[in-house]
Structures are given as C-alpha cells and as structure tokens.
Design a protein around this ligand. Sequence first.
Ligand code: SAM
Length: 203
Amino acid sequence: MAPTPERFAKIMRVLSHRQPTLTVLMDEVNKPHNLSAIIRTCDAVGVLEAHAVPPSLGKSAGSLASFEGHTYEATSGSAHKWVPVQRHASGLEAVRALQEQGFQVLATHLSQRSVDYREADYTRPTCVLLGAEKFGVGDEAAEAADGNIIIPMFGMVQSLNVSVAAATILFEAQRQRLAAGMYAAPQLAPEALARLAFEWAYP
Ligand code: SAM
C-alpha cells in the first residue's frame, strides 16, 4: 500500500537526519530490554545502523535466543524496524572491521588511557563500544579501540546501566553534531537516501 503524503514526508525527514558516521557496537549486551533501549536511543539520535556481538551461551545461557526474540522487538518501541543491527562474531573482529570502514572506536572502559566522554570528538566517524552488564567491554576489544571513554561517577555505585551510559554518550554526540551543522543537510548519499526511502515506504 502506498504511504500517505504525511507518512512519506516523515520518512524523508527522518532519513535526512540519519548519521551514517555514528554508530554503537554492543559487545555481548545480554539483557533484551537494554538492547531495546539502546536501539531506541540510536533511532532518536539518528544512528543509521548499529552493531552487536550476540552474547555467547557460555556467559549467559539462553540470551542468544532473547537477542533475536520477541522481548527485544516488543520493548524497542518499534525502533528496531528503523535501526538494523549488524552482527559480528567477536568484539575484536567488530572493532577491526569498523576501523577499516574509517570509524574511530571509543570503548566505554576504565583504563589508564580513559578520558571524560565529553573530551571526544564525535563529529568524526565514531563507534561507541558498549559492554556487557556483568563483564563490561572485553579487554582485547578495549585495547584495540582508538580511545577509552568514561562518564565520571561520584556515587557509591561504580557503573551506570548500559542503556543509560549509551544515551548519555549518544546525546553528547548529537549535541556536537548539531553544533557542527551535521543535522542541517542529509549525511546519506542521495542514492542511499532514495533507496532507503523506498524500502521504508514499501516495507
Ligand atoms: N562490571 C562491569 C565492568 O567492570 O565494566 C560493569 C559494566 S556496566 C554495568 C555495563 C556497561 O555500561 C559498560 O560496559 C559500559 O559500556 C557502560 N557504562 C556503565 N557505566 C559507565 C560509565 N561510568 N562510563 C562509561 N560507560 C559506562
């Protein structure tokens, strides 16, 4: 069925704000509601495509099924339809693949080289690497990343919920990109924008 003119205008508006050079990599994030919340934030900020290493069954039995299952879809507020998630076999493989595509990978990880997340330049092609609830970002992936960032914490608890950390950092990226005029003109190439508009209009 053909979309209404209003629906088509909305699709064009959303696609013209998509940021193909901003993404996240979820490294074995295993709770479906956290995955969903991160995807929903990605949609709000304009992430075109997200990346994930599905949780290994060894670490959390049954969670691979949840990754693909109804819980994920039901709690993302339909955002999963608009932000495809590309799967990778391991955190390290994903980091290298994204770096080859020109992304700086910023691991949310406490280390000697960690800096306040607000010091990073998110106007560059950037992937924010997020870790599992229990284990955090894997050491190999954190070391291979171009930088390590943290949200400063002053409370009794040492870490934030992963979806809260993702939102905090992605909205800083949005703030910097708005200031740089990166939402003022489409970041997608005209052919890619037209193809996606067709796909979204005629699902
Ligand atoms: N025990 C884990 C560890 O040692 O890393 C805690 C993981 S935390 C609950 C889950 C994820 O949320 C982290 O891997 C990171 O991606 C993100 N996160 C939580 N608090 C953060 C902070 N203060 N700064 C940056 N990222 C944070």
